[in-house]
Design a protein around this ligand. Sequence first.
Ligand code: ADP
Ligand code: ZN
Length: 520
Amino acid sequence: MEENVKSDLKKIFGFSQFRGNQELIVDNLLKQRNTFVIMPTGAGKSLCYQLPAVVKEGTAIVISPLIALMKNQVDQLNAIGINAHFLNSTLTKSEATKVKNEVLKKRTKLLYVAPESLTKEENIAFLKEAQLSFVAIDEAHCISEWGHDFRPEYRKIKSIVGQIAPHLPIIALTATATPKVQQDIQRNLQMEEADLFKSSFNRTNLFYEVRPKVKNESKKALIKFIKQHKGKSGIIYCLSRKKVEEIAELLKVNQINAAPYHAGLDSSVRIKTQDDFLNEELDVIVATIAFGMGIDKPDVRYVIHYDVPKSLEGYYQETGRAGRDGLEGHCLMFYRYEDIIKLDKFNKDKAVTERENAKILLQEMSAYAETGVCRRKFILNYFGETLEEDCGFCDNCKRERVTFEGMDDVTTALEAVKQTNERFTLEHLVRVIRGEMDDYVVSYKHDLLPVFGKGKEASDKHWTSVIRQTMIAALLEKDIENYGHLKITKKGHEFLDAPYSVDLYQDHDFEKLTESETQE
Ligand code: ADP
Ligand code: ZN
């Protein structure tokens, strides 16, 4: 069996070796086990279900949120001789019937389905007739409201698969999942028992840097940066179409070989831009986040966020497009707090919980930008990993940082969590430490705790940063059962029993750095 799989890898996909966890994952799925894969972008998730789909009898269903990418993937599979089809709203009735016939004749190895097509009665009836091998759920983080890309239809997948074929193995795959999102996916799919294959999120070849966004200066800095990387491929992300056009124009005027890319452009223009970029006829793409999904250009040397992204998940995904060949990739972000406020305002029409979730994601983003901590440590902590040593390969590690002795502050932070019984959010803990009264403080009688007001001489920002750094040092962790609540880890209890000296880093004062900013 195993030898067959290896030879199929070579014969069909042309690869001589599996990468990372791929072999274990393929094996697991072939054993009919529910499988949960968390693997960074570019690591090779598709093969984890494509190979088993070819090997197994019947048709594998692949649920994928992006109709635009389905055709691409199916074309690529067909090109290497694998019979694959897709079923989504772009097909005419007769095309859909043709696809269904192929499946019923047991010719199709992979059938890509959009979640909204899966919910249609007629398709459910058809899939009940088909001989299926397993279900792959791509971009599985779309299931979770706590993530950055929630799709309500995704939450229906489990019950529909239950109607079609309740005992079919499921493989769920994603490139971003915080521990909370991970738990949510497993619960929703009722696959808590699934075998988890989680790769590290550490992209050691990526250099992370954040600079203040200051009017005019940042544009000059942007041009300078690109000119220093002359002839190299890069992506610049902006938030709006208008900004994309403006920056692309600015670069062109400065003799940089750049083009804009956003959903407002004609699809023929977008395709040409993308092709030119892939064929090295274009150095720089200035884009909204509409660009990049499914793009597999190995030698993108830098990704610049000219505007701050909406979440650290998004940031990680987008920066992940740099250095896929394993060589250096530079990830530069221009940041100012006003952009966070602006993004929050965009959410004002959303439902309350949705807006609250979006706000938490934004706060994490701004904390990342402002931190003095090693950026890799910060990112990895966000995804539930701990990096013991500073990476030495980010702007914070490279620069002179202002540090201070943190033993007392860390003790205060941990005491605040302990005395409030590990049931409160960072914001509440900061208020307790600073001795601020509000309804919560009063109703829980937190003003009577020894820790209340213990840190009143320092600012909000200071304590927020101390608590975050206590988390990054793995003394505190997020309680995934209760969103936002903080708990003390084993290491944190050890610290409280015998406190030791710790260096804390001062946050960067971006407000000061961007003071010269006026309306843009
Ligand atoms: P992801 O979905 O995780 O972003 P893909 O599945 O698109 O990544 O794979 C990224 C690239 O890696 C693709 O070009 C793919 O052909 C290649 N790849 C995947 N597995 C292997 C392997 N075992 N050996 C060599 N290349 C691989
Ligand atoms: Zn670092």
